[in-house]
Design a protein around this ligand. Structure first.
Ligand code: NAP
Length: 348
């Protein structure tokens, strides 16, 4: 058995970024801390294995916060992650060796109240542990409920997905195909567009970084019934001119505006003529239905129906630079950081 480490690393928010400037990783600092004390009343000591990097984290560090309180200065950066329990208070139901998920943060080890950790079942057939940050985690559930509940996609309709090659977008594209829609994706770069067409089965993917993509979109895709929007800004403004009657726009995200002040939509009046609906949603509101979504997504994985890619960075210290990759499109697939190795379950 490996000796207990004397220190561990965590990344804290050391200054607040300007909400309208590109994120500077220097707002975070790496700290070396003494190894945590044994878990107290109702607590678990968790070794973090993977943490998820998500565009929404940008809003969690703004002074005004968002749907979550801002991360406090000097506090460990908040993030969702997967870990394994090293030790637990004797009153806890969760025990050493159990794999758990929760908001453990950018840290190698976390002392967490038991109620803030959820036990992970062994990955279903066709899946691996990392899928709990992909199709079987918040990413997959966002795609599933955004498309069913907000988009209300029906067989035979035309679905357009922005940020289509990303973690959420690529699952939306594949769900759309599985449910009998005609699917068009919009993504940055030839490689991402080719992956969408060859692996995810979309009819066509448009590279928004090329001149003239809008004309090509008008010619080939025409108009849509459902737009699953991850990007917002100018792209959404253009797509507002491409709606069929009674179109639905599921506003999942607006990543093009996360580092700047939104400039507004000039084409929103098209919603009137199209009798269309545009609705935002937050995946956390669907918590009571997560089991339903996970069951469906697990079934698709076990049949080999969902392609997914993980972009894995190593070491908790890579998280600050890694977060910026989401805004430059450098990530190819669901962006995660591998923080620790699970050598033997529950061992350090
Ligand atoms: N509502 C919810 O509850 C909820 C939950 C999860 C995620 N989301 C949202 O879903 C979206 C996708 O998140 P994800 O975690 O799956 O990330 P992701 O799509 O895997 O990564 C982000 C991608 O956004 C694209 N992007 C970045 N800046 C852009 C810009 N200015 N214009 C166009 N595209 C840009 C990049 O792809 P390209 O290379 O193609 O540019 C990048 O790879 C985000 O907007 C996020 O906030 C919402």
């Amino acid at each position: 058995m490996a000796p207990t480490p004397t220190t561990y690393k965590r990344v804290v928010l050391s200054s607040r970024p300007s909400p309208t400037k590109l994120l500077d990783p220097a707002v975070f600092s790496l700290r070396h801390e003494p190894f945590p004390s044994p878990p107290g009343n109702g607590e678990l000591l968790i070794k973090v294995l993977y943490l998820s990097l998500d565009p929404a984290m940008r809003s969690w560090i703004n002074p005004s916060g968002s749907y979550m309180a801002p991360v406090p200065l000097g506090g460990t950066m908040r993030s969702f992650g997967l870990g394994v329990i090293i030790s637990s208070d004797e009153g806890c139901k969760l025990k050493k060796g159990d794999r758990v998920q929760g908001f453990f943060g950018w840290t190698e080890y976390a002392l967490s109240p038991e109620k803030a950790a959820t036990l992970l079942a062994p990955p279903p057939p066709g899946a691996e542990l990392l899928d709990y940050l992909g199709p079987l985690g918040p990413t997959g559930l966002t795609a599933y409920f955004g498309l069913t509940d907000i988009g209300q996609l029906k067989k035979g309709e035309t679905l357009v997905v922005t940020g289509a090659a990303g973690a959420t977008g690529s699952i939306v594209c594949q769900l759309g195909k599985l449910w009998g829609a005609k699917v068009f994706g919009i993504a940055g770069g030839t490689e991402k567009c080719q992956w969408l067409e060859r692996e995810c089965g979309v009819e066509m993917a448009f590279d928004y970084k090329t001149e003239g993509w809008r004309e090509e979109f008008k010619r080939v895709a025409g108009r849509f019934d459902v737009l699953f929007d991850n990007v917002g800004g100018k792209m959404l403004d253009f797509l507002l001119t491409r709606m069929n009657k009674r179109a639905r726009i599921a506003v999942c995200g607006g990543i093009s505006d996360y580092n700047s002040r939104p400039k507004g939509l000039t084409n929103y009046l098209a919603l009137i003529n199209a009798r269309a609906r545009m609705e935002g949603f937050l995946i956390m509101d669907y918590a009571p239905r997560f089991a339903e979504g996970t069951r469906e997504l697990a079934r698709m994985l076990s049949r080999g129906e969902l392609r997914r890619k993980f972009h894995v960075l190593k070491g908790v210290e890579s998280a600050p630079e890694g977060l910026g990759m989401l805004f430059s499109g450098q990530n190819t697939g669901k962006l995660v950081v591998q923080v620790g190795e699970e050598t033997e379950r529950g061992k350090l």
